[in-house]
Ligand binder design. Sequence first.
Ligand SMILES: [Zn+2]
Length: 240
Amino acid sequence: MRTCPYCRRGDENLCSAPVFTGWHKDGGYAQQLTVSQDFAYLIPEAFSDAEAAPLLCSGIIGYRALKRANIAAGGRLGIYGFGSSAHLTAQMAMYQGASVFVMTRSEEARALARQLGAAYVGGAYDSPPVLLDAAILFAPVGDLVPVALQALDRGGTLAIAGIHLSGIPALDYNAHLFYERQVRSVTANTRADGREFLALASEIPLRPMTTVYPFDAADVALADLASDKITGSAVLRVRP
Ligand SMILES: [Zn+2]
């Protein structure tokens, strides 16, 4: 544990033998569980339980994706897809002075993006009105990779936030990559990310938009998620 070459050089998110709660260990949806104290966070008091739930996963991964997108303060950030992680990332980016351009398919998500103060809101494949300094792809749709790269200004970075992505179509070197545009993936997060993110989240303070479901309606929550009925984050309440 924590002895692989990646952990030793500080890239614990790239660990070759990671252990995840809810995947390798029971307890992701339990009322009580044990974790190694090295991997426990103190949840800031600014957040209710329902608000805190989306922070640990969608919030932290959004924070890391934003770091990987390498955007300077005052820059133009494109966000492709606007679900749980993206609506938190947009708040962080705007707090840090970025203007945010949101491209997404659901009208409800577009309405939320407008309400949060996005500079531009369009459909999933629409071109923003200006070239972007950076973009984050949250939708797990490889077809959007060339679309997002084409929207980048010279030297811009595209960070792909998802664990899964459908196939990426062939790229055209000139249209998508030349002028030092970059594509980067995002894999999990480190404890340093978590500490930085929770401090930032309570400073802003981040406002997760949540829909709470009782635990025994988890199947309903998943179906609603699949059919775009949830805007923001879905939260399961374990305790009745
Ligand atoms: Zn390791």
